[in-house]
Each structure stands twice: as structure tokens, then as C-alpha cells.
Design a protein around this ligand. Structure first.
Ligand SMILES: CC(C)(COP(=O)(O)OP(=O)(O)OC[C@H]1O[C@@H](n2cnc3c(N)ncnc32)[C@H](O)[C@@H]1OP(=O)(O)O)[C@@H](O)C(=O)NCCC(=O)NCCS
Length: 122
């Protein structure tokens, strides 16, 4: 297994909360999957978690493009889920990496994410 792509992204929470307020469901459903919407909407401050997921999708896309992937990956083809401990993981369709590690953080005005993709056939 070899690391073939890394990506990071920083998102200002107010930018995402603005889009959520302005475009509501339309923005939400264009970017996020049903599972992601359910997870974020159940939190006390949904915009923070939507921001973390937005940053995560950008970070994963950067890692994919860095690895040599040439096609655009639609937002909803990158799905972020959390296990029972809160640990995030990512499912990418098509499967760009053999495994993609992901970390998300948020504090105050910002959310950030970092992704590391590994490939086993190079
Ligand atoms: C993990 C932990 C340090 C995160 O601290 P935090 O200050 O709340 O983290 P941030 O606000 O910067 O980031 C939150 C993000 O961290 C990620 N996260 C949450 N729990 C996590 C965990 N156990 N491991 C890795 N990442 C975690 C999530 O992606 C979360 O964002 P999301 O809910 O929008 O997906 C804290 O939740 C903690 O101490 N948890 C208890 C310990 C624990 O669960 N241990 C599990 C291993 S045995």
C-alpha cells in the first residue's frame, strides 16, 4: 500500500450557514447525502458539521486529483460517515483509493479536514 494523494481544506462556517439560509434544501441536497444531512441536522449546531463535511469533501477531492484521478467527482459521491465513537470515514464512488483516511476538526468560525489516500496496486 502506498500513499498516492493527500488533500486538505479549510471552510469558514459562516459561508456554509449563509448558503444553508439562502438556498436551504436545494443547497443541502446538492452537496450532501441523506445520511450526512441526518447526522448534521441532529447536532445542536448543524452548520458546523455541514462545514466539516464540506471541507472533508474538498480535501478528499484534492487527494484524488493529486493521485492522478482526472474526472470530476460529484459532491454526493463522497460520503462522510461517523462510527459509534464519532470517528469519520469516507466512501468514494467510484473507489478512487484502496483506503482513504480522514480527519475533521472545527473550532469557532472554521472547520477543516485532512485526507490521505492509499492505493494497493501501484
Ligand atoms: C475525539 C475528540 C478528541 C474530538 O475532540 P473535539 O475537540 O470535539 O474535536 P473537533 O471539534 O475539533 O472535531 C470534531 C470532529 O472530530 C471527529 N471525531 C469525533 N470523535 C472522534 C474520534 N473518537 N476519533 C477521531 N475523530 C473524531 C469528527 O469528525 C468530528 O466532527 P463531525 O462530528 O462533524 O464529524 C473528543 O471527541 C474526545 O475526546 N472524545 C472522547 C474520546 C473518544 O471518543 N475516544 C475514542 C477512541 S477510544
Amino acid at each position: 500500500m502506498r500513499i498516492t494523494g493527500v488533500g486538505t481544506d479549510l471552510v469558514e462556517v459562516v459561508r456554509i450557514s449563509g448558503l444553508l439560509e439562502r438556498y436551504g434544501e436545494r443547497f443541502m441536497r446538492k452537496i450532501f447525502t441523506e445520511k450526512e444531512i441526518r447526522y448534521c441536522s441532529a447536532r445542536p449546531d448543524p452548520a458546523v458539521h455541514f462545514s466539516g463535511r464540506f471541507a472533508a469533501k474538498e480535501a478528499v477531492a484534492k487527494a484524488a486529483y493529486q493521485s492522478g484521478w482526472l474526472e470530476v467527482i460529484p459532491w454526493r459521491n463522497i460520503e462522510i460517515t461517523n462510527d459509534t465513537h464519532g470517528r469519520p470515514s469516507v466512501n468514494i464512488t467510484p473507489q478512487v483509493f484502496s483506503v482513504c483516511h480522514l480527519s475533521i476538526a472545527h473550532d469557532g468560525a472554521y472547520a477543516l479536514a485532512f485526507a490521505v489516500g492509499e492505493t494497493d496496486h501501484v
